[in-house]
Structure formats: structure tokens, C-alpha cells
Design a protein around this ligand. Sequence first.
Ligand SMILES: *[C@@H]1O[C@H](CO)[C@@H](O)[C@H](O)[C@H]1NC(C)=O
Ligand SMILES: *[C@@H]1O[C@H](CO)[C@@H](O)[C@H](O)[C@H]1NC(C)=O
Ligand SMILES: *[C@@H]1O[C@H](CO)[C@@H](O)[C@H](O)[C@H]1NC(C)=O
Ligand SMILES: *[C@@H]1O[C@H](CO)[C@@H](O)[C@H](O)[C@H]1NC(C)=O
Ligand SMILES: *[C@@H]1O[C@H](CO)[C@@H](O)[C@H](O)[C@H]1NC(C)=O
Ligand SMILES: *[C@@H]1O[C@H](CO)[C@@H](O)[C@H](O)[C@H]1NC(C)=O
Length: 670
Amino acid sequence: MERKGWRVDMPGVVRILSLLLVSLLLGTARGLRNVSQKTFTIDYNRHCFLKDGQPFRYISGSIHYFRVPRFYWKDRLLKMKMAGLNAIQIYVPWNFHEPQPGQYQFSEDHDVEYFLQLAHELGLLVVLRPGPYICAEWDMGGLPAWLLEKENIVLRSSDPDYLAAVDKWLGVILPKMKPLLYQNGGPIITVQVENEYGSYFACDYDYLRFLQTRFRYHLGNEVTLFTTDGSNEKLVQCGALQGLYATVDFGPGANITDAFLIQRKYEPKGPLINSEFYTGWLDHWGQPHSTVKTEAVASSLQEILAHGANVNLYMFIGGTNFAYWNGANTPYQPQPTSYDYDAPLSEAGDLTEKYFAVRDVIRKFEKVPEGPIPPSTPKFAYGKVALKKLKTVEESLNILCPNGPIKSVYPLTFIQVKQYFGFVLYRTTLPEDCSNPTPLSSPFSGVHDRAYVSVDGVPQGILDRSNVITLNITGKAGATLDLLVENMGRVNYGHFINDYKGLISNLTLNSTILTDWMIFPLDTESAVCHLGGWHGSDHGSRHDKAGPLGASNYTVPAFYVGNFSIPSGIPDLPQDTFIQFPGWTKGQVWINGFNLGRYWPARGPQMTLFVPRHILVTSAPNTIAVLELERAPCSDSPPEPCTVEFVDKPVISAAVAYSPLFQDLPDQDL
Ligand SMILES: *[C@@H]1O[C@H](CO)[C@@H](O)[C@H](O)[C@H]1NC(C)=O
Ligand SMILES: *[C@@H]1O[C@H](CO)[C@@H](O)[C@H](O)[C@H]1NC(C)=O
Ligand SMILES: *[C@@H]1O[C@H](CO)[C@@H](O)[C@H](O)[C@H]1NC(C)=O
Ligand SMILES: *[C@@H]1O[C@H](CO)[C@@H](O)[C@H](O)[C@H]1NC(C)=O
Ligand SMILES: *[C@@H]1O[C@H](CO)[C@@H](O)[C@H](O)[C@H]1NC(C)=O
Ligand SMILES: *[C@@H]1O[C@H](CO)[C@@H](O)[C@H](O)[C@H]1NC(C)=O
């Protein structure tokens, strides 16, 4: 079992006493430091690191503690250790730790200090990448969405409002990291400043210098600070800065000699470092699952190590974009829930053929620990579970938005209503009769990212940021027009990371701008945690109404619930499992209130979602809540059940099915 954060749980008096004790011990340790001083430096003559004065090379792997449940941190770290790695590399996502300005989260799954302590106890060193920008296929590249409250803010630049927020954040995170630096007795050997900054358009050296000054102020002068950029001279040019050690990143396809020559142009002496050696690659909904052949990874890794270079395998374990944390690329393409990455350890932490191949390569250069490798965790197929329709989103607005709507003549964005993730419902009335199909349009592609449209509870279809900006609707004058708008993840890479969500421009109906909106920010998270309170006065759901021709394929967004019990009499249950959605279309799923992420089997390539066992209970039935946005496989009349199924194997590389509406758009940043 995991240890709880003692700093949080202990009463004040005990805390003060133990702080005194710790400072006494630290004082003693300082006295001893001259005897066994820990150092981690660069030897510019021998082109290597020096650890406690001895030549040292790291072989590291990336793991994102924010994509692996705390319950499994130790298991994954131990597997990394047993592969022969002597270090791990982590990012720190700012938005994960400061969800609202000045509100910090560092406990439970957010306890980065505990994670680093675990790595330390296992004898793994740490390459720390605290951003502030991290890319990482993570919402907005780790930057908090609330930065967008200042319209026209230039992120990742010397914009004073951006710098003020960064400064405050660095003043929180870096002091937490300082005691964990190697020379202070911790595992952190090097610290990256920003991330692939040379790939960003701004090329603002003042910004990099600002970061350098603040990192030095908080961490001291001893630690090696570094930058990472693609192995291309133009990229390193805007990403490197005097005083920050320049490193490069490249995958198995690269010419290794050439790639390191780029680093050598900026760092003629010192260790060669590939900070991101790609073991696999990222995915997008609607594109085939990315894979990189084991042989290519193994032979390229062998060559890198034969160069005497330091290397970090990105990713060693990818993990999961739980809840709403996935990012997106432009033209807008969101990433799926799985961040398996075709890495040596699978999303669920399983040992793969690639794991053993990597270990065999490392073994040729370094001693690999003896002893058993922790096995892949067992998986269990709990089988089919029937779900019942609970209520539509429209019927649940009193639960989902207890404070009622915000009124506005023109639509407001998510940021303007202080909702950063999930869903917002936009409501107005039809100003004119639309008995004939009438075009509802977002002329500037301002639906970010997908709107589920209905009129008086009758589904009309979907507007979508990347490919559907007009939809014909029907309804009487005065009818209620609802658009449930989904934020599908903020752009995490490139020029367009200022990614506003919601209706970010006006909608027109037959060319007239729609006005007088009621905007409902939806708190789905607390609603699904209190499903018991949903029954109230409403007697179940209304029957589905048929939409206009072509929209008959849609049902209005609705919640479905069900439960399943862990079978008794089978040892070692609960075990991990995967949930799949036969016949369902697109939505979000929670088990016992834990937000597992998005499912979209109608698009692929991901068909199952990873369900870690620690969210399951044996003492009571486990509650499944599904918000289906487009079309559930069941119906009221004739009665057809909706089922989900728990299986013991993941499917993340199914053939992708583009929706009939999906079409290639010209290459523009929508
Ligand atoms: C890498 O590029 C160099 C020229 O820059 C070439 O001599 C060498 O053969 C290439 N290596 C491989 C493995 O293609
Ligand atoms: C749209 O507006 C035009 C011009 O006002 C009108 O002639 C047409 O009938 C309208 N179309 C619909 C479908 O209401
Ligand atoms: C909307 O309906 C009109 C008239 O039926 C049709 O010409 C037009 O193609 C339709 N537009 C869309 C986007 O379906
Ligand atoms: C919507 O249209 C009104 C009137 O033309 C304009 O003042 C407003 O800025 C527009 N809003 C957005 C978000 O584009
Ligand atoms: C409705 O959905 C089914 C199954 O997803 C698909 O085969 C069919 O083409 C769709 N029909 C229309 C009119 O979009
Ligand atoms: C679990 O589901 C069954 C139907 O499958 C239902 O009768 C029962 O009330 C549910 N129990 C809970 C605790 O929701």
C-alpha cells in the first residue's frame, strides 16, 4: 500500500517538532558534507558527466506520474529499474498542479515529491523537466487554461502577464524540487528549462533568460540546467541559450552521427545527450495507431550507446490521458485517451517484447540488475454490464448546473464562464420559423470543438471545429435550441496553443446572428459522484424523439448508468480490466466517480479504455456512468439494452473509421 503524505496528515505540533528534528539532522549532514560531498557536474574535457567525481552516463526512461495512478507508481518504477535504466525523466505539468490561479494540488495522484522519493528509494536518478511548457500531448502543453483569461496573451514569451504567472508558479514548484537535487541528497541530476523552445515561433531570448535567472535563483548555481530541441540547426538556434547546456532529441529514423553533430555545433565539448529517443509515437482519433518496430528501437539505441551518449527513452511507459487531459495538434486533431505510445511498458504497465529487447541492448553496456522482474499485472474479463438510460443532459441541468445559467447577448467562451474542461450547454430560442431545413452556421469555425445540437429535445446533428461548420435544423419559432459543446482537449504544440473553447464566435441561423444566450457550465464531475440524488421529481427519461432526415442517427446526449459486482470466490480480485463500448458512438465514462476518459469507437483506433483495479471495490457494486453524446446502441421502443463489456485485452489499434461527415480540409489552423 502507498504511504500517505505525512506533511498533510500530521497534527500541527508533531509537524513542528519533526521539522525541528529534520533541521537538526540536516545541520549534522551539512557538517559531514566535506567528507562525502555529492556532486553531479559536466566534464568538458572527457565529454561526460561526473557523478561524485567519477565519469557517468545516464540511460533514462520517461514516465509521466500524471498518467499513471499513484497506486502503480512503484510497480512501474521497479520495472524501469529492472530494465537496466539508471535514471527516469519526468515532466511537471503546471495545469495539473495549479487548476485555478493560486490553488495548488500536490496530494495523492499529484504528489510529485512522493513520486520522486520512490524513484530515489529504488536507486533511480531523475532528469527533471518542470516546464513551464511541456508539450507532452497534454492539454495546452501543461500551461493552465486560466492564462487565457488575458485575451491576446502571448504564451511562452516575455509577455508581462505570462511572466508574472510563470514567476509565481516557479516560486512554488522549484523550492519543492531543491531539496531533491542530487547535491542536496536527492535523485535529481539535471533540470531542463522550457521544452523544445526552438520549435515555437516566438524565439524570445529574453523569455529564456528570464527562466534561466529564476531557475538559478530557486535551485542554485550547482545544478546543470539544459535545453532540448529537435536535431536541426534552426531549431536549436532559437531553443539554446548561453549557460544552459544544449541537448537534442531524435528517434530511430535519424542518422545518429548527423544528429549529434548538430548538438556539437552548440556544445563542442561535454556529454552527448539525446533527451527524447522515441520508442514509439503519439496517436490521434481517426488515424491508425502509431507503432515503431522493436528492431529499429534496439539497433538505434545500441548505436547511441556505442557513441558513449546519454539517452532518455521517450516514453518508457506512456500511460493514460484520464479525464480530459489529452492534448491536440493543428489542424485540430485531438489525441485519444490511451497514451500507450507503443512504449516498452504498455499503457497498463505490461512487459512487452520491446522491453526485453531494450534490456538486452542496455546489458551490453551496463550492468543490469539481477533478480525477478515484476510480472505484468493480471487482467480480468468481468463481462457484459447492462446500462440504463438515466436522464438526458437537458433533463439534468438542475443537477449539472445548480447555480443556473449565465445570460449573455452573444456567446461566451469556456474561459469567460470559468469552466476549463468538459462541457458547456449553450441555449437560445429560434427567432423565426424553421419548418423548412434552415442552415445553422458557425461561419468562422468557432465551435471548439464539437457541438451536439438539438431543438426542443430533438437531435439535429453535430457541428465540428474541423469539418462541419453548417447544419440544417428544423423547428418552430420560439423553440429551444441547445448546443452541448465539448472541449476535446487544447492544442499542445505549435503556434496555436491559445486554444479557446466553447462557442468562440457568433452562430448564425439563415445568416442572422443568434443572440440572447443562456450558458450552462456543467459540473459533470460532482454530478456523477452523486447519482443517488438524481431521482428527484422527474420520472425517468422522455422517449427519444426522431430528428429530421439525416439526423435520425443521433440521440440527444444522455447519461446511462449500471453496476457490476466483483465475483466472489476468485482469488486476487479485483484485477485490472479494459472497458469496451459495442455499438456506442462517442462519450465520457466514469467508474465509481473516477473519470476514465473519452471513448470514441465510431472513430478509433482506440476501442477499449484501461480500468486500473484500485478504482474498483469488492464491498459493493461498482457504478458505471456513461455520458453518450451521439448515439447509444439501445432504445426505449422497442426496448433494447445498452451494454458495455469488460475484457482482459486492450484494443487500441483497430481500423479507423472516419465518420461519413469527416473530410480533409485544406491545411489551415482551425
Ligand atoms: C550518416 O550520415 C553520414 C553523412 O553525414 C554518412 O556518412 C553516414 O553513412 C550516415 N550513416 C548512416 C547509418 O546512414
Ligand atoms: C432564409 O432567409 C431568406 C431571406 O430572408 C428567405 O428567403 C428564406 O426563406 C430563408 N430560409 C429559410 C430556410 O428559412
Ligand atoms: C440544407 O438544406 C438545403 C435545402 O434543403 C440544401 O440545399 C443544403 O445542401 C443543406 N445543407 C446542408 C449543410 O445539409
Ligand atoms: C458577435 O456579433 C456582435 C455583433 O456583430 C459583435 O459585436 C460581437 O463581437 C460578436 N461576438 C463574437 C464572439 O464574435
Ligand atoms: C447511421 O449510422 C450507421 C452506423 O453508424 C451508418 O452505417 C449509417 O451510414 C449512418 N447513416 C446516416 C444517414 O448517417
Ligand atoms: C445495480 O443494477 C441492478 C440492475 O442491473 C439494479 O437492480 C440495482 O438497483 C443496481 N444497484 C445499485 C446499487 O445501483
